[in-house]
Design a protein around this ligand. Sequence first.
Ligand code: GLU
Length: 338
Amino acid sequence: MDETISRRSLLAAIESDPSSTDELQIIAKKVHAQFSGNLNGELADYIPELAKVPANQFGIALGLPNGRVVTVGDAQVPFTIQSISKAFTYALLLDMIGPDETAKVVGVQPSGDPFNTISLDGRTNRPFNPMVNTGAIAVAGKLRELLGADAFTKILELFGQAAGRSLAVDEKVFESERETGHRNRAIGHLLRAADVYALPVDEVLEIYFKQCSILVTAADLAVMGATLANLGNNPMTGKRVFGLNAVRQALSVMFTCGMYDGAGEWACKVGLPAKSGVGGGILAVVNRQIGVAVFSPRLDSNGNSVRGQLSCAKLADDLGLHAFDALNHGSSFLRGML
Ligand code: GLU
């Protein structure tokens, strides 16, 4: 059998025999080695604390629905989750109030604008989608209204449940975000004026800045991704974190809007729902199969990790992960009926 096809059946083999994750480790190591010399891209510097991160760190982690996590390189180094948090707060809101009420807060359309654009969808007077700042701040405001003064504590707990361990905030990054986040504050006021919430803007922004400043490792992100892949249940703890409908919608919006202005190219090259953050993380998810997390803080002009994108594309090729790769097994119920 050709090598590519045998790799494509690797994930299915791991489900029945967890010891075959060794082969996955070899593939991840090769991908890491292939791109480790690529030092293209620059650190995000619009938040002063982010510019202080050691630029050449590079880690890959793969989380499987059997609870195993395969790691290579700097996969245990903490970094701030930044915009990857947006996917998880969106899933939380969907779980709490369902898609119809959530649609009154934020849409599901790609915006075609940079992530920090100060504008709303003219048709709805609501943010285009939850993966841009307007949408994520609207979600933070709604969560603050629903969860009260403890909202951030509850969000942090939920992220910890998805990662399988308690997480914490990088206080310096949080302070740096708060001191320099004037565009985000402007967005907060725009949303307040549009009656998305009726709260003091600073209370909403505090949640948003804190959620961006949560520290994770690539290994944590891989487990968070595996939780989404595993129908919302954390495969390490066995606990339900998100409901099925929330996972489905969050992954759908990640697919169309998760990679800043590179979302279209990403959909063609990698073909997976994903979210990136300016801290250098990328999380991609394959339904029922795997959470792929890469940390490498040098970013391209779209704000996406350079080595993160290359690694995800190579892993997607080697493992046959692209959603529309006709050679994939897929997860369809119909398959069993053919
Ligand atoms: N804290 C960042 C901001 O809103 C998040 C940016 C990102 O990762 O896209 O400016």
